[in-house]
Design a protein around this ligand. Structure first.
Ligand SMILES: [Zn+2]
Ligand SMILES: [Zn+2]
Length: 335
């Protein structure tokens, strides 16, 4: 089978390898769509703890090709996606029901072979049926599940006025999810007018270019926003979140900064304004909610897809996902 690999930081290649055999509790999935995530770009540059050589790809959908001998819930031909987070189910964190913090965590497309390949293996417990959801939408279930884990963590309430930095695919998923969770107003800031247009078409109430944000935001919410979200992973943007959060407000760090990045904030201000700072890492059994948001049409993902390329163009697809100013979500596709 054909695979797209990152053999070492900075090195992309296509390689033909044997189709893997599913173990007794595993499922072999024929990949139909696989999304490229910011994490894959970090992995390419060696700024994310991955295991090389790696077949990346942790956002994918497809059909079941073969099931292991003790698999009971699925059969060949089923349309599925998979949660890439494989928890050990026996460490202290798993026992405390914190499986996304598993101490012996494995990630499909991070520490073991992922979906940038003709076939990928996932344990049965990680596989979810997608029903009539299209494959292109099905490859958004994982990123949306990450957003939902964050939403469950920060608990927005009805009437919240919210601000998001970053109108990329994740910022637009966060925007729609905040609204579904009760926020009445979402303002979104980005450097690119095309991304702001997309966000507006999906329901953002106010869209602002980065350079106009400081003055306009102070007029929009003189005392600040209830929830301020960073969806850029830029330390300077993280620092600026604190300027715009109201008393008793929440700062949600969703964007992935590099492991060595530092950002400063005023502890006095956090104390004086009763602020809360939240992180949310990956997915925590939030695939069912994600599937439901897509199935019901509550969250729309088709408009977020900007480029589709075949696996043969893996290197070009990674370049588009990192550099193309018109990019939103980039997916690999199989006919
Ligand atoms: Zn991702
Ligand atoms: Zn564990």
């Amino acid at each position: 089978m054909l695979t797209g690999q990152i053999s070492a930081p900075g090195q992309i290649l296509l390689s033909n390898i044997d189709i893997p055999e599913p173990g007794p509790k595993d499922i072999l999935i024929k990949v139909r769509r696989a999304g490229i995530c910011g994490t894959d770009i970090h992995i390419l540059h060696g700024s994310y703890p991955a295991q090389y050589p790696l077949i990346p790809g942790h956002e994918f959908s497809g059909t079941i090709e073969m099931v292991g001998t003790s698999v009971t819930r699925f059969q060949p031909g089923d349309r599925v996606t998979a949660d890439p987070n494989i928890a050990c189910n026996r460490c202290e964190n798993c026992q405390k029901n914190q499986i996304n913090q598993c101490l012996d965590w494995q990630g499909i497309g991070i520490t073991r072979a992922g979906g940038f390949a003709d076939y990928v293996i996932a344990p049965e417990g990680n596989v979810y049926p997608i029903g009539s959801i299209s494959f292109e939408e099905g490859a958004f279930i994982e990123p949306l599940a990450c957003v939902i884990w964050g939403i469950q963590t920060i608990r927005p309430t009805i009437g919240d006025r919210t601000l998001i930095f970053g109108a990329g695919p994740m910022g637009c998923l966060i925007m729609q999810s905040l609204k579904a969770a009760g926020a009445t107003e979402v303002t979104i800031v980005d450097r690119l007018p095309s991304r702001l247009k997309k966000a507006a078409s999906l329901g953002a109430d106010h869209t602002l270019l980065t350079e106009e944000a400081p003055s306009v935001l102070k007029n929009l919410a003189p005392h600040g926003f209830d929830i301020v979200t960073d969806a850029t992973g830029s330390p300077s943007v993280v620092e600026s979140c604190f300027q715009y959060v109201r008393a008793r407000g929440k700062v949600w760090l969703f964007g992935v900064c590099t492991p060595d990045a530092k950002a400063s904030f005023s502890p006095y201000e956090v104390f004086r304004k009763d602020l809360s700072i939240f992180g949310s890492y990956a997915v925590n059994r939030t695939f069912n909610e994600s599937i439901e948001l897509l199935r019901s049409g509550t969250v729309k993902v088709r408009p977020l897809l900007s480029h589709t390329l075949p696996l043969e163009d893996f290197a070009a697809a990674m370049r588009v996902a990192e550099h193309d100013p018109k990019r939103m979500k980039v997916q690999l596709y199989w006919d």
